[in-house]
Design a protein around this ligand. Structure first.
Ligand code: NDP
Ligand code: MG
Length: 416
């Protein structure tokens, strides 16, 4: 029987690679271990042409675009394709906007891949969980901002959150080595970081960095926002918070090591001193595939790892003085409450402004830190309580903190 899947953000870097994985898996004979994948939901922000071609290929039940006019355009194109004789389901629905996304995510599927970028993915993720869909989670900002709510909703509904992020997929695989001791055998997680394109830079060199340079990652090909996050090392900060939620560990038991070759995707140290690592050439299709095929492994055509060809694997401590974003993320995680949502919202707004050339590269951590310092926790005390108690009003609290942080950053940058 086919395994059904919804892909939120199917036109992005993760979304398109997931569809490549599905094409490959569906080209093989169907077995109980290797089911075929029936794509039921595809969504985009603005790239309606790509969404149309994906819809014509995969014939989903629901599509969603960012804007209403793009939804209208899609409906017209789909009607024209039907008239040309293409087999398109009559009941294919085309939705739009944030509400459309929440509705699209509520479509019942075996698994929903959350590959939208940013906090915008939080409500759709909760909607997919409420529908009882397992989650293949790429959209890390949802866990950073609303981790308590998401993990609680998943537990209550009995759905699995399967990590797509390569480091968390690595940890997930390494944890199998706990044997019967389970999480009690874990001493700490060691997340690896490539260090990004500016690994050896001084603070002065970072001052001069322009968007085009930050968008050029040495080992991974990704969407714009996460590529900038890698350059500031905020990506690793977000991943520390993501790991804390996924694996239930406190910040002091999550360590980061810079590993420029991006071959060791992360490690787990156990209480007996053994360290188990997961290795492979950098290729996101591997963790994407594992999240989709779990609890089975399927063959992949990825380039095989030849350690002799790589020659050297090196590791170093992150330079907190030059890349303050990682320290800010640890601080937000330790403080908890709504501070991670403030960190994330401020970062999203700052990266947007940096990409528009309205904020310098070193201005990103500066404005995030200013937002964290200025966050009026007393005013938000009720909201923090709601979030901590994980009540349904927790979502409103996260959205309010996120909004506050974005506004703070925009105001600070405009006033500069
Ligand atoms: P991309 O920018 O490549 O893709 C983002 C997706 O979200 C696209 O489908 C985009 O649509 C859609 N989107 C953007 N804005 C909106 C909007 N306003 N409304 C609805 N949909 C929207 O990002 P990535 O694929 O690189 O990253 C996706 C997530 O996965 C991020 O959270 C990232 O941190 C995480 N991740 C990514 C990795 C990678 O290798 N890329 C690795 C690990 C995690 P459109 O194309 O139309 O703009
Ligand atoms: Mg990662």
């Amino acid at each position: 029987m086919a395994k059904t899947i919804g892909i939120l953000g199917s036109t992005g870097s993760i979304g398109t690679q997931a569809l490549e994985v599905i094409r490959e898996l569906n080209s093989r004979p169907e077995t109980a271990v290797n089911p075929h994948y029936a794509v039921k939901v595809l969504t985009c922000g603005a790239n309606r042409e790509l969404l149309l071609s994906q819809a014509l290929e995969f014939g989903p039940e629901v599509l969603c675009t960012g804007r209403e006019e793009d939804a209208r355009w899609l409906r017209t194109e789909l009607t024209a394709a039907r008239e040309r004789g293409e087999s398109i389901p009559r009941d294919m629905r085309v939705l739009y906007g944030d509400e459309g996304l929440v509705q699209a995510a509520a479509t019942k599927t075996d698994i929903t891949l959350t590959a939208i970028v940013g906090m915008r993915g939080l409500r759709p993720t909760l909607s997919a969980i409420a529908a009882g869909n397992d989650i293949a989670l790429a959209n890390k900002e949802t866990l950073v901002a609303g981790g308590n709510i998401v993990m609680r909703a998943a537990r209550d509904k009995g759905v699995r959150i399967l990590p797509v992020d390569s480091e968390h997929s690595a940890v997930f695989q390494c944890l199998e080595s706990s044997f019967a001791s389970g999480r009690n055998a874990v001493e700490k997680l060691i997340l690896t970081a490539s260090g990004g394109p500016f690994r050896g830079y001084s603070r002065a060199q970072l001052e001069a960095v322009r968007p085009a340079e930050a968008l050029n990652h040495p080992t991974w090909k990704m969407g714009g926002k996460i590529t900038v996050d890698c350059a500031t090392m905020m990506n690793k900060g977000l991943e520390v918070i993501e790991a804390a939620h996924l694996f239930g560990l406190p910040p002091e038991r999550i360590e980061v090591r810079v590993h420029p070759q991006s071959i060791v995707h992360s490690m787990v140290e156990f209480i007996d001193g053994s360290v188990v690592a997961q290795l492979g050439n950098p290729d996101m299709k591997v963790p994407i595939q594992l999240a989709l095929t779990w609890p089975f492994r399927a063959r992949s055509e990825t380039k095989r790892l030849d350690l002799a060809e790589i020659g050297q694997l090196t590791f170093e401590k992150p330079r907190a003085d030059v890349f303050p974003c990682l320290t800010l993320a640890y601080r937000a995680l330790s403080k908890g409450g709504l501070l991670p949502a403030v960190l994330n919202g401020a970062n999203e707004a700052a990266v947007e402004l940096f990409l528009k050339d309205r904020l310098g590269f070193t201005g990103i951590p500066a404005v995030i830190e200013a937002a964290m310092n200025a966050f009026p926790s007393e005013e938000f005390a009720g909201a923090v309580a709601a979030y901590e108690e994980k009540t349904s009003s927790g979502l409103r609290a996260v959205l309010a903190a996120d909004n506050w942080a974005r506004e703070f950053v925009r105001r600070s940058v405009i006033c500069q």
